[in-house]
Ligand binder design. Structure first.
Ligand code: XBP
Ligand code: MG
Length: 252
């Protein structure tokens, strides 16, 4: 039996259900702030989520969704400015407490900390979004609960590339045999598959019908002792919520 040494968490859609009512709303506020008539509906945003990274997503929208767009000479600069505005709007939403952690997440984090199991984050989102989400939901100092936070542009290729997971394991000094990853999306499981990480998926409204081939377990959410998760695929080993016993069983 391998020894479980670390839990590696994706952020958006996994630690918190941030996309539909968080990032999407912040993007739309930024477009309005910039005087653009762009407005991403829930449905359009669901299609745009095929591309990870906010800057990359804006570019995808311009290239594939707009009939016509008079691109400025410095398109990268234009996109970077829009994304900066969006991040500011998103941070305001986090600071206002508008985005909670998903059920069962804090319970698992607390259990891991008490047991001395290392915590880490591997995400495509912007680093300050991570810091602000943790501090607004878990309080000051919670960023220090995580030994490594791999986020955003720290790697050349975002998910579904496995770069961010290799980055985090390298900085942890651990291999995939000692870690369990937590994801929410097809892009995420593609990344963990390529990093040879055993992965527990907690789906959300946008990702429920995606392909999670390779996941050790697919769940409705992390579950809580009094509100068990629903098992969508895989063996939950008789557990009712995601805990260290389940993570160890998944690691094998
Ligand atoms: C999800 C993403 C991010 C967010 C938006 O990241 O793809 O791009 O949608 O955040 P993950 P930014 O699931 O890996 O946490 O605008 O900061 O990219
Ligand atoms: Mg995610």
């Amino acid at each position: 039996m391998a020894e479980l040494k670390a839990l590696i968490f994706d952020v958006d859609g996994t630690l918190a259900d941030t996309e539909r009512d968080g990032h999407r709303v912040a993007f739309n506020k930024a477009f309005a702030d910039a005087g653009l008539d762009w407005d991403w509906s829930v449905e359009t945003y669901g299609r745009l989520l095929a591309v990870t990274g906010g800057k990359e997503r804006i570019r995808f929208f311009i290239d594939d969704f707009l009939e016509h767009f008079d691109a400025p000479a410095d398109l990268d600069g234009f996109i970077a400015d829009l994304h900066k505005r969006k991040t500011a709007r998103y941070l305001d939403m986090l600071k206002a407490g508008q985005i909670p952690l998903r059920p069962g997440v804090k319970h698992l984090l607390d259990e891991a900390r008490a047991a001395g199991v290392t915590l880490a984050i591997a995400t495509t989102t912007t680093p300050e979004n991570v810091t602000c989400l943790l501090e607004s939901t878990l309080g000051p100092g919670s960023v220090d609960w995580f030994a490594v936070i791999g986020a955003g542009d720290v790697v050349p290729a975002k998910k579904p590339a496995a770069d961010i997971y290799f980055y985090v394991m390298e900085h942890l000094g651990l291999g995939p045999e000692a870690c369990v990853a937590f994801e929410d999306s097809h892009n995420g499981i593609r990344a963990t598959n390529d990093a040879a990480l055993r992965t527990i998926v907690a789906v959300n409204g946008y990702t429920r019908d995606e392909d999670f081939d390779g996941a050790a377990l697919v769940l409705s959410d992390f579950g809580e002792p009094d509100r068990p998760f629903e098992v969508l695929a895989g063996d939950a080993h008789g557990r009712r919520c995601v805990d260290l016993e389940l993570a160890r069983a998944v690691l094998g």
